[in-house]
Design a protein around this ligand. Sequence first.
Ligand code: ADP
Length: 607
Amino acid sequence: MNPVDPVDARVSARLRTVLPFAIRLAWHADRSRLLLVVGLQLTSAIGLGAAVLALRGTLTHTVSLSDAVDGASLTALIAHAAALVVLAALGGVVSDVVNSQELVLSAKLEREAVGRVLDVSAHAEPYQFEDPEFHNRVERAITASQHQPMILLFTALSMIQASLSVIVVAVTFATMVWWLVPLIVVAGVPTLRTLHRMRLAYYGVHRDLAENRRRREYLQQTLTGRREAAEVHALRLGPLLLNRWQADFADEVGRRSALAQSFLWRQLGARALGDLVLLATLTILALATYAHWIALPTTLTAVGGLWLLSTQMRSTSSVLASTGETTLYINDLRLLTTNTRPPALPEQQLPHQCEITATGLGFTYPGSPAPVLHDVSLSLAAGQVIALVGTNGSGKTTLAKILAGIYPPSHGEMLLNGQRLTDTRTLRSLSTVVFQDFLRYRMSVTDNIAFGRPGVPIDTAAVTRAARLAGIDTAIDALAAGYDTILSKEFNDGADLSLGQWQRLAIARAYYRNSPLVILDEPSASLDPQAEAELFAHIRRLFAGRAVLLISHRLYGVCEADKIYVLDKGALVEQGTHDQLLADDGHYARLFQAQASAYVSQTPTMN
Ligand code: ADP
């Protein structure tokens, strides 16, 4: 593959959309500092022109003083030399100030840009996270946020400064050797072109490696994480995972070094060509001086100016050359952070009780060939505990996510209190889900419970009550800092809980949320049998008045449910109360009998 191909097109066109975007970012980040930096950069360009004039004045008066000493020339020499020294000193001060201001601006710009990417992620729809391309885009945008907007701004500033310097020096030279200016500019062109192509090629590699980088990050986390440590070490997986990480990294290093190799010769050639043009310019200058077409002070000033300009051209050319690459990175950032957020839900009065009726629900995961749910119809009502049972992979969790409004169904209709639901996101505000693989937030106990109701002040009495009802209060009281304890051993003074205790904490969070629809996906998976029995007996009281959907593959826990739906291979195959389903002697009865006999014949195990 030629890495230049996909990204080669029209830097200038991209620049027209990307540069205003970067300026707006900087403007939002810190407008006064941006203006200060721009102002100082422009001032220093003008200072450069003044310095060239002062240099010529100094040299002219030095030469005339070498012919004959006179007071006026001496005064003029001192004045020009002093101006030169002052301008150089001021230039140094300005550059120090610019550098320090740029550091702050750069940090603020990074916060603004990364913040926007995180904002997109925080507001993205859950189904977008099923798409690997979404993760690649976020990864690329995060990388782009870190330095690229600043690089582009500096490039723009350098371009302005460089063009101003060239204009200023050209104007100054106009009275002397104006024809030098195009030659100096021409000398920079070959390097500029090569660097530009090289940067584009590097971007191509960067873009192709987004997934490789995410895989490496995952391996890094697996190798260094506390939670992963026990299993990774027990299985002695470390060397194998490290080898995979090495192989992925080797892939990136290999591609980068192949590029570096192939561009090295082109870079050297371009540099030699540029140097030849400069050499030719100097030779012409020397010959012209020898033939008395140009006065010696002018020649010396021209050599100084030439050196100044070519140094500046060299340093800005590498920045300039990166423009193409930078615009591509920022374009990734721009595309992700503009227009991708779904429209906000209109403000609405949410009901305190809910009845949900779903008809003909079907669902296919993005990127999956076959549907995982077909024609599912069920209803949930306030004050009822409805159970959903089925073997692993039958679609219970997927159905729970649809009923909680996390994924919109691919087919079918849902009614909320008799009204057709047009935006399933409404369900998210009305529901609580305790997922099977619930999150264990590495934050305080209070946070872990109060996250159930974000955006409102924490009600500590309700937090304690939720903990008590979920049966986790005694364990919390035993922690050194009680409800303020950070639940992670990776932080100072942190503590950890057992899996069963974490599960109770998740139930406390659900209780604290106080929503009319409660979905519990295998809520007892990590509880010991006694605690599990207590929880099932307790659920009706704990969530009284709410519509509760209880998912379980352990059937004896759901016997008491008002209605049981049996899911098999994505379709509802039976429904009824426990007694009705046993009497029907179908799928449920067979599952129940199989589990009951297994349970009786086994010694109970504790977890
Ligand atoms: P259950 O909760 O009953 O164990 P799930 O709802 O988790 O079942 O899964 C139902 C089916 O959907 C399974 O075949 C599973 O492989 C598939 N599935 C689950 N999650 C995803 C996903 N994120 N992308 C694609 N397929 C999925």
